[in-house]
Write a protein that binds this ligand. Structure first.
Ligand code: MN
Length: 319
């Protein structure tokens, strides 16, 4: 998915130390995405920009798109990151400048590694399911891997972990001994958990990772904090486990990773280490070089927004 803000603010992040265990409830910002969709942006957030290498989290739906086009995100570029398309309902048709053409369905991993440059489009296919519900996640690439060749992976069969009243799908990284086939470049985890009403469980965590949970549906408590659908709770580092209790049947995402040490500049759909790299990427997208071409999308590609006044400088991962 693209950041479709008409005037995206530059975000600088990375380079912070451990917080220890905390319980910071993050408030979503509503961002229009195309004509018919509104997404709830949880990262970057006023008080928190990253969780491990996870640097962008949009939650959308469930939306009834029976009589709507649904998701229509025209071709746009990325650099310096991986995108994770994650669905609970509906489907997304992915096209990219490598020639990939794949339909991503619920609990299948669509993982695009931009490396130095890629472009892609995402759309609800026609016909499409009535409901669309999912999350769009970005993972920042470390300096050693951000200039690599672009790649696209589709993993329809991900490993699962079960316990009484709990089932987890491992999106990226390792959870409780089960490892996703998705390629990662920093120590991190992403998992999709389903709890049946009344389940109490202590989820084992890595104390060197920082974590956040994002409720997709239902209500639960995490470390005693009640969470409604769409709520994101930042948990910090230094935890060996996370007490969970499902108030109703509930689903949520667990995102975690080693605190990202490198300083970043994020603007629009680009992650860089300096403002100059962002300016260069923007002008290369606008002149049609470097990011390749997406074939088959029924409309024009996205124009880059205007750059903000002033320079873009890398800073810390919390405000
Ligand atoms: Mn995108």
């Amino acid at each position: 998915m693209s950041n479709l803000d008409a005037r995206p603010a530059p975000t600088t992040c990375g380079g912070e130390r451990d917080t220890g265990p905390v319980r910071d409830l993050l408030t979503a910002r509503r961002v229009p995405l195309g004509e018919s969709t509104v997404v709830r942006r949880l990262l970057p957030n006023l008080g928190r920009r990253m969780v491990g290498a996870w640097c962008f989290v949009d939650h959308y739906g469930p939306d009834d798109i029976a009589d709507e086009p649904g998701m229509q995100v025209p071709p746009h570029p990325h650099m310096g990151l991986q995108t994770v398309s994650w669905l609970h309902a509906g489907e997304v048709l992915h096209r990219d400048s490598l020639g990939s053409l794949r339909t991503i369905r619920p609990r299948e991993l669509g993982l695009m590694t931009s490396g130095r440059a890629i472009s892609h489009s995402e759309e609800s296919p026609r016909p499409h399911a009535r409901y669309l519900h999912g999350a769009q996640l970005w993972v920042a690439l470390p300096d050693a891997h951000r200039h690599r060749d672009p790649a696209f992976e589709h993993h329809p069969d991900l490993p699962t972990v079960t316990a009484p009243g709990l089932s987890a799908t491992v999106i990226l990284g390792t959870l409780d001994g089960a490892t996703s086939p998705g390629t990662t470049h920093t120590p991190l985890v992403g998992a999709d958990l389903t709890l049946t009403a009344g389940t109490a469980h202590r989820l084992p965590l890595d104390p060197d990772f920082e974590y956040a949970v994002l409720t997709m549906s239902g209500t639960l408590t995490a470390d005693g904090v009640p969470l409604d659908p769409g709520a994101m709770l930042y948990l910090g580092t230094g935890r060996r486990d996370l007490p969970l209790h499902a108030t109703t049947d509930a689903t949520f995402l667990l995102l975690g990773g080693e605190p990202f040490a490198e300083k970043l500049v994020m603007w629009w759909n680009f992650i860089a280490r300096s403002g100059e790299e962002i300016v260069q990427a923007r002008s290369e997208w606008m002149e049609g070089s470097r990011f390749g071409e997406v074939h088959g999308y029924g409309g024009p590609r996205l124009a880059a927004p205007e750059l903000p006044p002033g320079s873009l400088k890398p800073r810390g991962r919390v405000r």
